[in-house]
Design a binder for this molecule. Sequence first.
Ligand code: FAD
Length: 594
Amino acid sequence: MNPLVDDRDVEVILDELLDLAALTALPYFADHDRETFEMVLASARSLARDTLYPAYRTLDEAPPVLRDGRVHVHPSLRALVRRVVELGFTAAPRPAEVGGSQLPLTVFSLATSYLMAANLSVYGYIGLTQGAAHLLEAFGSDELRATYMAPMYRGEWMGTMALTEPHAGSSLSDITTVATPAGDHYLVSGAKIFISGADHDLAGNIVHMTLARIAGAPPGMKGVSLLCIPKQRVEHGALVDNDVSVTGLVHKIGWRGLPSAILAYGERGDCHGWLVGEPHQGIRYMFQMMNEARIMVGLNGVSTASVAYHESLHYARERTQGRTPGATSPVPIIQHADVRRMLLRQKAIVVGGLALLARASFYSDLAQHAEGAIAGRAQLLLDVLTPIAKSFPAERGFEANALAVQIHGGYGYSSEYLPESWLRDQKLNSIHEGTTGIQAADLLGRRAMAKGALVALGQEIEAACARATKAGVDAAWIAELRRATSVVGALTAELAQRGLTGDPTGMMLHATDYLELASTVVIAWQWLELAAVAKEALAGSLPRGRSTRDERYYRGNLAAAQYWIRTELPRIDGLATLCRDGEDSYGALDPAWL
Ligand SMILES: Cc1cc2nc3c(=O)[nH]c(=O)nc-3n(C[C@H](O)[C@H](O)[C@H](O)COP(=O)(O)OP(=O)(O)OC[C@H]3O[C@@H](n4cnc5c(N)ncnc54)[C@H](O)[C@@H]3O)c2cc1C
């Protein structure tokens, strides 16, 4: 049976890599301890393994259909989504006063990775609903919170994020959906596309958190507002149709249990929307939520790569083919070094990515619930790590998913085996919530330039180096990470200078290479610290680490650390040269030449 995510990785990240005690000491998390965390993890694991995963293929094979203006999802979804709602996952990290259980995001992220690995689509409904409800919690009036947020957090109603329009995807400043004042509400007209979870029969109502432009608003970002637009509005205690119609379904190549639809607001002139917060602040509100959403997408990426890694690991142990020197009969393909190369690369991406996502969640917990300098520093770290946490699992996860297909050989290229479906699922993660190109521009153009961001990051990496030195990790690995960190610092300063001296285009030309470079270093940091953990455990200074099974586990982590630091990290020099030299093959390319 595919474990989806390795329990041992989750335990090690939680107990040995991160400082969990720093979270449980905070008043917000006072009702929690390791035991309550274990209960959450255990229930997520068993729901994922026993119920969500067995339903995955059925949902992939029978996507939603649009009939008579309504979206019909697979009948099994109702029970599956209910089970996740019953776990309390719609509101778990939120405060008790809105129905949450004040669970650290760190634990929540690790728990949800099982659900995502099992069945991305099912978890998609819950993640979207949480995001929509959280927007109302953070910025909505008391009335909107009582009417629309509360039933979403209870899991009775569901939510969407309705941003994209046919002509405005990456560039949300160009949206044209219009909201015209009409007393206590607005009358909305316009169209949205790709809206996930936009219609289905899994909940009593669907609340679309929508970006729109109030009639007469200034052009660009500064004129975009956030509106709450339910599918059915509440009038005199009853639910009334709110003139939001589905005009088409997107026929997706993955995530096929979750409909993405084209929506039309106000075709009959009767679509009511309510302003959330202040007028013209929609983009700012959305941005405040984006760290969370991007961490969720990063987790989607890690989880999708994880389930495929475990599937291919199992296959490589079972499938026999070819002979190693001296063998008289075919050997399991895992005996071939090249197959182990592919497996180790997947492991390095999956576990390195999971550690990064957990760490980003940890900073998010501190940023929101600690105080003073600790919270400020954590926010700085979260901000700079977010584009990496979002895009590394998407880009390298896709590569890991392709390796899972490769390990299955010809069988991997057939739909009888599952790896091809995860490859399709994974592709979305480099597109939604800001494409990789947009993440790269955000990292180099803004987040890495934030005062103190790279200094704080350097200090964290240095702390990991110190831990690794003390644990007896190979000194060459530590030196390589220190060198790579200084490359990031020097390169960033040089590029910033180029921008400041009138060449912003030259500064940004290789933003995507810069993102890859920074990601490679950040993942090397995770692996160096995981190597330190392994050394500590093998030396007997950690509570676990004494059985043969433990020894194998930690040796596997040392091998993955070695792989990433010795084979991947040195590649940053080529990337740094591209950024520095401003190699201009595509920069100077006339589009007419293509
Ligand atoms: C399955 C699915 C589900 C989705 N769910 C939702 C949802 O629930 N809610 C929602 O609002 N949206 C949703 N989206 C939309 C998604 O967020 C957009 O597709 C995404 O933002 C990209 O926009 P676009 O498709 O218009 O591509 P474009 O913005 O046209 O981009 C096309 C290409 O050009 C590049 N590009 C664009 N602008 C720049 C630039 N300035 N600099 C460099 N490169 C650039 C991009 O990186 C990309 O490679 C979903 C999309 C899909 C496919």
